[in-house]
Design a binder for this molecule. Structure first.
Ligand code: HEC
Ligand code: HEC
Ligand code: HEC
Ligand code: HEC
Ligand code: HEC
Ligand code: HEC
Ligand code: HEC
Ligand code: HEC
Ligand code: HEC
Length: 368
């Protein structure tokens, strides 16, 4: 083939390619005909659904909300979740009230997402539901039914999802050092609700096990040197806590008998929970002015200078805690010294006996 004749072929092929890609793109954006059929009625904002108790909800479904949802992206049809509604008039609405309708339709999520469904079964929300607290969260409360969002892309959206039902805790959290960092500064290093509670398997946070393992939960970030360096926050907090009389016992409890409650302080007994502040914030539970009150939760009869008896998170230094540091240094030298000396003594003694005896034996053999 001559080069001059090649050009139209290339142009033709490229044209075909672009038409094909274009057609595919249009198809991906255009709503499925089947869904459009439903939306001719359901895009009407005045459409209502009435329940047996006479209450009403809107029957409007947002076209763009659905198309841009995680499922719209997958070309899912309305019938995928509403198989009995292909024809109109539909079967009679079979639910006493709006909440029981939601709980019933929520079942449609379970088959396609078995992993999450299984985890949710063990969550504190499912336990509350089983006890008749119908307002406890199900899939569609957190993710939405038609405008379903992933929640993996935004840690702020996660806190907002929990806020719908836990608004008081959200408000407290929002003002905390963690909440401010996340919500105001969009700092994704800060913990959102699920970092401390789990995602689908949210457990009861009032159990002994949760309490005993909680220092490790805080430690997952606060013992991470690289992460904390960014904020100039000491990572020694976890180490010193574990070595402290409060931490040693909690760590032992966690290892030996995780289900037994410990009365020793864990991180949040001193720092607060959803209201954690920087230690120099005037509202901090650990700022000097508030410290006595914080310790008094468990040491009711203490005086104002009791907290000073504690070296807090610092390794005692001669600057801050000369006496404690001196005692530590004393032990650091004396204990290994004594043990080392004893060890040396034992070795020399054993050697003496063994080789002393051996040379005595050889002597005897020589004599024979
Ligand atoms: C001709 C208009 C019309 C069309 C088309 C239509 N619907 Fe409906 N739909 C309604 C009306 C009106 C209601 C309110 C309750 C009722 O009267 O049944 C409703 C209620 C519903 C409900 C809530 C009540 C229930 O029983 O669960 C669902 C779900 C539903 N429609 C799904 C669909 C689906 C899926 C399609 C498409 C396959 C569709 N509809 C097509 C008019 C329509
Ligand atoms: C991924 C599953 C799923 C798909 C797909 C789906 N729905 Fe639903 N739909 C639900 C669930 C779950 C509910 C109950 C939600 C609630 O009560 O909060 C519901 C409720 C409804 C209702 C009652 C009113 C309401 O909003 O609660 C209507 C009407 C409805 N759907 C229509 C549609 C139409 C039309 C489509 C397609 C454009 C569609 N649905 C696609 C799961 C789905
Ligand atoms: C017919 C099967 C089907 C049903 C029913 C269904 N989903 Fe999905 N869902 C999918 C598919 C397919 C995807 C996209 C692929 C993926 O991420 O798993 C998806 C994605 C998702 C995602 C995003 C996952 C991610 O990777 O971030 C969420 C959240 C979700 N679905 C929640 C729900 C909820 C809530 C319901 C009930 C209202 C539901 N799904 C019902 C099939 C289904
Ligand atoms: C209490 C709120 C809540 C409930 C209830 C809930 N989810 Fe989630 N879900 C989340 C959050 C938050 C994420 C994002 C997790 C992350 O960032 O790692 C998520 C993530 C997902 C994902 C993405 C994959 C993954 O596991 O991270 C899917 C799929 C999903 N959820 C489906 C469901 C289904 C199905 C149900 C019901 C059986 C459900 N969710 C119930 C909050 C919830
Ligand atoms: C639809 C409402 C709703 C949503 C959304 C919701 N919850 Fe809940 N949650 C409840 C209800 C109701 C209870 C049980 C009683 C109570 O504590 O108010 C509960 C209980 C809990 C408990 C146990 C409290 C205890 O004292 O036993 C935790 C922890 C919890 N939720 C965390 C979360 C987190 C984290 C999220 C977001 C990922 C979330 N919830 C989203 C309604 C919701
Ligand atoms: C830094 C970790 C952390 C973060 C972030 C966090 N929580 Fe908690 N949360 C806890 C701890 C620890 C407890 C247990 C407190 C106790 O034993 O009294 C708790 C308890 C709870 C409870 C039980 C009720 C109560 O008042 O004791 C709920 C509900 C709850 N959290 C929801 C949330 C929600 C919603 C968010 C996000 C807005 C959130 N938590 C963020 C650590 C956290
Ligand atoms: C997901 C990671 C993460 C977890 C889990 C976490 N934190 Fe934090 N924490 C941070 C980050 C990041 C900052 C710094 C925020 C800033 O200054 O902008 C911070 C700040 C703090 C501060 C303020 C320190 C200062 O000097 O300003 C305290 C106190 C604190 N956290 C205590 C806790 C306690 C107690 C827990 C457990 C109940 C906990 N944190 C769990 C990431 C975490
Ligand atoms: C007995 C009370 C108590 C316990 C338990 C406790 N802290 Fe502290 N924490 C304090 C006090 C007081 C301060 C402020 C003075 C200081 O830094 O020693 C502080 C300071 C901090 C700081 C700020 C350090 C900095 O460099 O700015 C962080 C972060 C912190 N603690 C995290 C934790 C974590 C994580 C745990 C659990 C592993 C924990 N704390 C356990 C009382 C406590
Ligand atoms: C959640 C409860 C709790 C909190 C809060 C708490 N402690 Fe303790 N602390 C204990 C328990 C329990 C012991 C062990 C008592 C025993 O074995 O006799 C202990 C032991 C001590 C001891 C060892 C000496 C003694 O009296 O046995 C000191 C010092 C101490 N705590 C200081 C503090 C300081 C300072 C604070 C406040 C910053 C504080 N504690 C907050 C529960 C707590």
């Amino acid at each position: 083939m001559k080069p001059a004749k090649k050009i139209p072929t290339i142009v033709l092929l490229s044209l075909c390619f672009f038409i094909l890609v274009g057609a595919l793109a249009v198809q991906a954006q255009e709503p499925l005909a089947e869904n459009e059929q439903c939306l001719t009625c359901h895009s009407n904002p005045d459409l209502t659904v009435t329940f047996a108790d006479g209450s009403e909800i809107s029957g409007h479904v947002s076209r763009s909300g659905f198309l841009h949802s995680v499922h719209g992206d997958e070309d899912m049809t309305c019938g995928g979740c509403h198989p009995d509604h292909q024809d109109y008039p539909h079967p009679e609405v079979d639910a006493a009230d709006a909440r029981s309708y939601t709980l019933k339709l929520n079942e449609t999520c379970l088959d396609c997402h078995p992993d999450q469904s299984e985890k949710v079964q063990d969550s504190v929300h499912s336990k509350y539901l089983a006890d008749g607290h119908t307002e406890a969260a199900v899939c569609v409360d957190c993710h939405g039914a038609h405008d379903t969002i992933s929640l993996r892309e935004s840690r702020v959206a996660i806190a907002t999802a929990c806020r719908q039902c836990h608004s008081e805790i959200y408000d407290e959290y929002r003002d905390s050092v963690h909440g401010k960092a996340l919500v105001e500064e969009e700092n994704t290093d800060a913990p959102t609700c699920v970092d401390c509670h789990g995602v689908h398997q949210i457990e009861n946070p009032h159990t002994a096990q949760y309490r005993n393992t909680s220092p490790e939960m805080c430690g997952s970030c606060h013992a991470d040197a690289e992460l904390m360096k960014k904020y100039d926050i000491s990572t020694n907090v976890f180490q010193t806590y574990v070595a402290d009389f409060h931490g040693t016992t909690v760590t032992l409890f966690e290892r030996e008998s995780p289900d037994l409650p410990s009365n020793k302080a864990v991180c949040y007994d001193c720092h607060g929970i959803h209201n954690i502040k920087a230690p120099d914030d005037p509202n901090s539970t650990v700022i000097k002015d508030n410290l006595q009150k914080t310790c008094q939760k468990c040491h009711p009869d203490i005086s104002a200078n009791f907290p000073a008896s504690w070296t807090s998170h610092y390794e005692p230094t001669f600057d801050k805690e000369p006496l404690v540091a001196a005692v530590n240094l004393f032990y650091a030298i004396i204990i290994p010294g004594v043990i080392g000396f004893m060890g040396l003594f034992v070795v020399i003694d054993a050697g003496h006996r063994l080789f002393g005896k051996k040379s005595a034996d050889t002597k005897h053999q020589d004599e024979d």
